[in-house]
Design a protein around this ligand. Structure first.
Ligand SMILES: Cc1ncc(COP(=O)(O)O)c(C=O)c1O
Length: 418
């Protein structure tokens, strides 16, 4: 029988005993914290690249796997461990693996779970760089991709091939907030011996827990709401111990590790994630209603609107019923205009706001406006943009935490110029 490694004392002594069934907010504030002999109250930042051993035998034990403990910060670090344990507890996973960025997490997923000759089915409505990674790099290593409309269940089913190993989607999607039926996709994946991976960046575990809906792996760009204040880059994967061991092996060998300082920022971000998301969502619900009644707005893309085709599905996948995320898309009016005029109209709205930040990030306390067709989704090319519904008239709003009346007034400054 294989001898299980003996964990270092430090690896066992988290201050919150999760077996005691704590509530969501307690987990967000306390899970994963390991207090050192200094008795610090706040989580410490371990800025160390390496670790020392009791003696030569202890060093050997750490390397031969009989003792589980820190060896090198590309592999493990106590600050990252706190972040990973806290995020994993919030997502309802067995383990999380932190990465240097959200793209680092998606690359890790590809390297851990795919090999030459495999096929993946991916939603058309995904972040541009994810598409770039799959097309430009995974293609080079013999991995084939079929893109499908994320809301079209039959298209997902039809796209499955004998060598399909993975289904990948974002829900809500970027930038149109489309909703995938996660339960359906999980069943489809499992019937075909494939994994379902959900990028939960837009919802976060404060709103949606894809693992509880049947997904195998959750991906995060922690850069967004997990930090929530636009300070640092990071990413993570969450899932079962078995799957995360494979992801961890990639991070350790390939070096897409998160920095301890960034992990500490995310630890602090997670403490307020639930509270922030409720405030983000309350603002977003009001702004979506307001935009929906605005005569200069042709269409609002937001699943929190009761007449949205995915309203019921979004509600059924949501952990908090009135939260539909806080990123919304809206198309400005463009009657009889050619594509250049349409773009100029959208830009005019952006350029006439005063307070809202013109930026390409999202998930920040500060409200951000983006023209996806010429920024985040520019490099994916016109055809892919059309298929993803990213038109020249579309603006994306990442609704922040300012007074909602001020955000509305600022949008009005822009829309009134049309
Ligand atoms: C849905 C989604 N996934 C992944 C990423 C990539 O994350 P990062 O920028 O942290 O690499 C982004 C970035 O915008 C995103 O929007």
């Amino acid at each position: 029988m294989t001898q299980l490694p003996t964990p270092d004392q430090n690896w066992q002594t988290d201050t919150l005993d999760l077996s005691l069934d704590y509530g969501e907010q307690t987990i967000a504030v306390r899970a994963g914290h390991h207090r050192t002999d200094e008795n610090e109250h706040n989580e410490a930042i371990f800025t160390t690249s390496s670790y020392v051993y009791q003696n030569a035998q202890d060093a050997f034990n750490h390397f031969n796997g009989t003792v589980q403990g820190n060896v090198y910060s590309r592999h493990t670090n106590p600050t990252l461990r706190t972040f990973e344990r806290r995020l994993s507890a919030l997502e309802g996973g067995e383990r999380a693996v932190a990465t240097a960025s959200g793209m680092g997490a998606i690359l890790t997923m590809c390297l851990a779970f795919l090999q030459q000759g495999d096929h993946v089915v991916v939603a058309k409505q995904i972040f541009g760089s994810t598409m770039g990674l799959l097309n430009n790099y995974m293609g080079k290593f013999g991995i084939a991709v079929t893109y499908v409309d994320c809301t079209d269940k039959q298209a997902w089913t039809n796209a499955i091939q004998a060598n399909t190993k993975l289904l990948f989607c974002e829900s809500p999607s970027n930038p149109l907030g489309q909703i995938c039926d996660i339960r359906y996709l999980a069943k489809l994946a499992h019937e075909n011996n494939a994994l379902l991976v959900v990028d939960n960046c837009f919802a976060t575990p404060a709103i949606q827990k894809p693992l509880s809906l049947g997904a195998d792996i959750v991906i995060h760009s922690a850069t967004k709401y997990l930090d929530g204040q636009g300070r640092v880059l990071g990413g993570a994967l969450v899932g079962s111990n078995e799957l995360m061991e494979k992801a961890f092996a990639v991070v350790r060998s390939c070096g897409v590790s998160m920095s301890p300082f960034n992990a500490w920022v995310f630890i602090k971000g997670l403490e307020t994630l639930n509270l922030r998301m409720q405030a983000h969502c309350a603002n977003a619900n009001k702004i979506a209603q307001w935009l929906n009644n605005h005569k200069k707005v042709a269409k609002v893309h937001f699943s929190g609107l009761a007449d949205h085709s995915a309203y019921e599905l979004a509600k059924s996948q949501s952990y908090k019923m009135d939260c539909f995320g806080a990123v919304l898309g809206f198309e400005v009016i463009a009657d009889n205009a050619n594509s250049e005029q349409v773009r100029q109209n959208a830009w005019k709205v952006i350029d006439n706001t005063q307070m809202i930040s013109i930026s390409n990030n999202l998930g920040d306390a500060k409200t951000i406006i983006t023209h996806p067709a010429t920024t985040t989704h520019y490099r994916m090319g016109e055809q892919a943009r059309i298929e993803a519904g990213v038109t020249e008239s579309l603006l994306r709003l990442s609704v922040g935490l300012e007074d909602v009346e001020d955000i509305i007034k600022d949008l009005e400054r822009g829309l009134t110029k049309l």
